[in-house]
Design a protein around this ligand. Structure first.
Ligand SMILES: [Mg+2]
Length: 237
């Protein structure tokens, strides 16, 4: 496993869902419900990644844009061959179920709060970059008393192009007045890896269970860890 020397860095940018906030159970349950209700001939683990992306995409857009883009949004492999209206019905059902489970099932990953406060104590700047709304991030962070550690908190509403575009990362570096080589970005999806690499920061990918590990490897993160425990070890504090 690669070692990191934290003295080389001034700031760390975190993705929220899948890195700090664990939404895996909520997505799993929504997918199980969808497969059962629509009697789909697929396995849950096979479609998790596509559905995680779909849910992230839907959360990104205001409703009129979801409607306008629904044809493209729902152009995903596991819905292939179904009529557009059937796809739409399944998409809406999955999203509704996910939202229902999200509050009760979701928690922060074990050990992540301690890691964040330890990093902050080392005088490292910390930020959040999510493809979700920034108010959603603030809500989640405040629920776990973590808001005070992060400045800025950037969501899709603060940039013109979301990840995989590097805009959000570059914006944070500009606010902090530091160079890409002095920053680390921690994410869990291929879109995070692509954004981090395009911004030229050190990219750490946590395989949280939503994206397939082989797919993540194909996108070549600088460091790939299997879980939060390994992430904490990498920082060695
Ligand atoms: Mg994520």
């Amino acid at each position: 496993m690669n070692e990191l020397n934290l003295d080389d860095f001034k700031g760390i940018i975190f993705d929220l869902d899948g890195v700090i906030y664990d939404i895996t159970e909520a997505i799993k349950k929504a997918v199980e419900d969808g497969i059962e209700k629509y009697q789909m001939n697929v396995s849950r683990d096979e479609v998790m990644e596509e559905i995680a992306h779909l849910i992230e995409d839907i959360q990104n857009y205001p409703v009129p844009e979801i409607i306008l883009n629904s044809y493209t949004l729902l152009d995903i492999k596991f819905l292939e061959g179904l009529s557009f209206f059937k796809k739409l019905r399944i998409g809406i059902y999955l999203f509704t179920q996910f939202n229902q489970y999200k509050d009760e099932e979701s928690k922060i990953f074990e050990g992540i709060a301690k890691l964040i406060s330890n990093l902050s104590r080392k005088n490292l700047k910390l930020a959040i970059l999510t493809n979700n709304k920034s108010s959603y991030a603030e809500e989640v962070l405040s629920k776990f008393n973590l808001t005070k550690f992060f400045d800025p908190i950037i969501g899709f509403n603060d940039v013109s192009k979301v990840k995989p575009d590097p805009e959000g990362i570059l914006k944070i570096l500009e606010i902090w007045k530091i160079k890409p080589s002095q920053a680390i970005f921690v994410g869990d999806m291929t879109t995070d890896i692509d954004a981090g690499k395009a911004a030229n920061v050190r990219m750490i990918c946590v395989s949280s269970g939503l994206a397939k590990k082989e797919t993540l490897i194909e996108h070549e993160p600088d460091i790939l860890v299997n879980n939060t425990e390994e992430l904490i070890k990498i920082f060695n504090i």
